[in-house]
Design a protein around this ligand. Structure first.
Ligand code: FE2
Length: 510
């Protein structure tokens, strides 16, 4: 009797252990968060609470390092030991329960970021309004992966509406994590919140629970104290993720004040900002009438441009809209249209294969122009028309790809059949222009020329450029280098004379 009792106890004990280990499967497959040159966080959701570890290493046949054990929860994240991570290095990882690899865990990889400031070529996949679980979402993903041909990505960035319709916990699982398990397990993912993540909970509770974004400036940038808005560095790029839905959009709000500090602090070559509600759109949503869109245009766009933002990705409208190189377009569409000659700094395509890239006169500095995109058709589609600030508008499913290498940024829109429907490039001038392989810039640097109200100066210019009123009063004197144009704030509408050495001419400010 006693013997039988012991046997039963032992059988129950071992069966229980076995059951527990076997029954844990991934509800949300491992996904990568908060990647930097020496940081990586692996997150997951499993079917029953357990403390798990992450084994990782550079040798695919021997995962030499093991993380500490996670809390015993169904949702957990483990930040890997930064002393074991080197920049720009490929690591393999798997998730374990004790000595047993968790059911469903396969050997995955990630590549750490380059050192901050490094000019490595980096590519980011930009998904807009992707969380709907429909066939178009799958088609857009497959088209991109087919075009990308397995080339390494440096990150996946989502601009909101990642869990339709209401941002419930179940919708995050079904419409987002279940749709991109392969992509999320092998790339660091970043997101801005959309309005649909703030329906079931106006504070975005399931969004905040699902992700693990930097709040303490741990991936670069100034600490925001919020996962709803934050920044991070990647190579020579500073990414800024803003919240156009839940947080205050006023100029006295915490988000604005944080952004001001963050922009003042960054020394990065490129500033790319991402948020949900577009400042310019004539599609599913109209930027002349919708509050969040107007707030972002009138409050946040001027601040970003003051500190030299280069590219802005948004969604919300389910189409593709891409602006010219523009600056200071803070009014509604009618107002901006009336000032088009002043706010559109380059009215050509920016396409490097046709009319040539947009040019910025220096790596940093205010009001040199930015390109604004609505890229919100990664799962849903709206009809639209061309907003006066936009070079192009397409109502087609697709996603965007941003590649930045040193002084050159290229953004492409790839539709759901894998066709590149639009591309633009921004080329910046670094110091004295000597970039080998960019003869156009080198040539530009050697001569002075005027194109309307824009001027090109030698990159090593030391001669003053003076602007006079028509009655001959000196209005301004500067010593510009590279591409330059008089600030619209300094010169009210009207005609002026300029003098530069022996050159003398007229400028008209519309
Ligand atoms: Fe939206």
């Amino acid at each position: 009797m006693r013997r039988i009792h012991s046997w039963l106890l032992a059988a129950t004990f071992f069966a229980g252990m076995g059951l527990e280990a076997q029954s844990q499967t991934f509800v949300r497959m491992p996904f990568l968060q908060k990647g930097s040159y020496n940081k990586a966080t692996v997150c997951w959701r499993i079917s029953a609470a357990a403390a798990l570890t992450v084994k990782f290493g550079t040798d695919s046949t021997n995962l030499a390092n093991t993380s500490a054990a996670s809390a015993s929860n169904v949702d957990a994240c483990m930040t890997l030991d930064s002393t074991k991570l080197q920049p720009t290095t490929k690591y393999f990882y798997e998730v374990y329960n004790g000595a047993t690899k968790l059911t469903g865990s396969v050997r995955q990889t990630f590549v750490t970021a380059p050192l901050v400031g490094a000019k490595k070529k980096s590519t980011f996949w930009i998904l807009g309004d992707p969380g709907s679980s429909g066939t178009p979402q799958t088609n857009v993903k497959n088209a991109f992966l087919r075009i990308n041909q397995g080339a390494p990505l440096d990150g996946v960035i989502m601009n909101g509406d990642v869990a339709y319709e209401s941002g419930t916990d179940a919708e995050f699982t079904t419409n987002l994590f279940t749709k991109y398990p392969d992509v999320f397990a092998t790339n660091f993912i970043w997101s801005a919140i959309g309005n649909h993540e703030a329906v079931a909970s106006t504070t975005g509770a399931s969004y905040l629970a699902a992700f693990n974004f930097p709040t303490a400036g741990e991936i670069g940038g100034v600490a925001s104290g919020s996962e709803l808005y934050y920044s991070f560095n990647y190579g020579n790029i500073h990414f800024i993720m803003l919240d156009s839905q839940v947080s205050s959009r006023t100029k006295t709000g915490a988000q604005y004040l944080w952004l001001q500090q963050d922009l003042q602090a960054t020394q990065q070559d490129w500033i790319v900002a991402i948020w949900h509600h577009p400042p310019y759109s004539f599609s599913g949503h109209n930027s002349d009438t919708e509050g969040q869109m107007m707030d972002m245009r009138t409050n946040f766009v001027p601040l970003l441009e003051q500190y030299g933002v280069d590219i802005v990705y948004t969604g919300h409208s389910h189409d593709y809209e891409r602006s010219y190189l523009i600056d200071s377009a803070y009014g509604n569409s009618t107002d901006n249209n009336s000032k088009k000659a002043r706010v559109v700094l380059d009215n050509k395509s920016g396409n490097p294969t046709t009319t040539g890239p947009y040019r910025k006169a220096s790596m940093k500095g205010p009001h040199q122009g930015a390109v604004y995109l609505v890229s919100g058709s990664s799962a849903k589609l709206d009809a639209g028309t061309l907003h006066p600030m936009m070079y192009v508008q397409y109502s087609v499913y697709g996603s965007s790809v941003l590649t930045i290498e040193d002084t050159v940024a290229t953004s492409k829109f790839i539709d759901s059949s894998g066709t590149v429907r639009d591309q633009f490039q921004i080329v910046k001038t670094r110091g004295t222009v000597t970039s080998a392989g960019r003869p156009a810039l080198k040539q530009d640097a050697q001569k002075f020329s005027q194109m309307g109200r824009r001027f090109l100066f030698p990159a090593n210019n030391t001669a003053p450029f003076r602007i006079y009123s028509l009655s001959g009063d000196l209005i301004s004197q500067e010593t510009p280098k590279g591409m330059w144009e008089p600030s619209s704030k300094r010169l009210p509408t009207g005609a002026y004379y300029f003098r530069y050495g022996a050159k003398f001419g007229k400028i008209s400010i519309p």
